[in-house]
Design a protein around this ligand. Sequence first.
Ligand code: ADP
Ligand code: 5GP
Length: 187
Amino acid sequence: MTKGHLFVISAPSGTGKTSLVKALIEKDPTIMLSISTTTREPRAGEVDGKDYFFVKKEDFDKQKDNNEFLEWAFVYGNFYGTSASLVNASINQGKKVLLEIDWQGAFQIKEKYSKNQLTLIFIVPPSLEHLKKRLQGRGQDENNVVLERLALAEEEMEKSTDFDYIIMNDDFDSAVRELHQIVNRSI
Ligand code: ADP
Ligand code: 5GP
């Protein structure tokens, strides 16, 4: 059976991973982006089933207890998880599957897939000052949420050494090119 490849992209919140992933998929529409399940409230403009599957905590717990998640984690005060069935079906069909998840989830995935089937990519901002500006500029989180996420960024960046690649998202187009090259090189 043809087997696909799994790409995990992690970064501190506000680094630009969602924007980079969107640009990458425009360049390569054959990449399948996994849609996570979360207990977080939707932000303005977010659509259920497109950005996330938004669920209540008790539904998340049910899915967790039924082993429906490939990985799950508590991130910035909410629960997030990746559906095992969706990802495994795509991998078994030989597809490139991309997970946009935090480092805790990345480490769980690392335990489950062989090295030749998995590429772990960590995105870093040019500086914490840049990160703060991006989090504030996105204008979607309250200031206390921005500060909370910023406070965790340094600790999160320490985990980057366990990833296969580190990309700095300074110039956006260069970062997209680098990401695209890594994806092409890994399959
Ligand atoms: P994440 O998914 O990592 O939380 P987003 O993709 O939502 O981050 O990006 C956070 C903000 O930073 C957005 O407003 C986005 O437009 C902006 N941004 C992304 N990449 C860059 C970049 N290279 N330079 C400047 N701003 C950027
Ligand atoms: P946000 O609330 O900004 O959409 O995402 C917050 C954090 O949760 C980000 O670091 C994002 O990568 C992470 N995240 C999103 N989905 C998942 C998931 O399914 N599993 C894990 N472990 N983290 C996730």
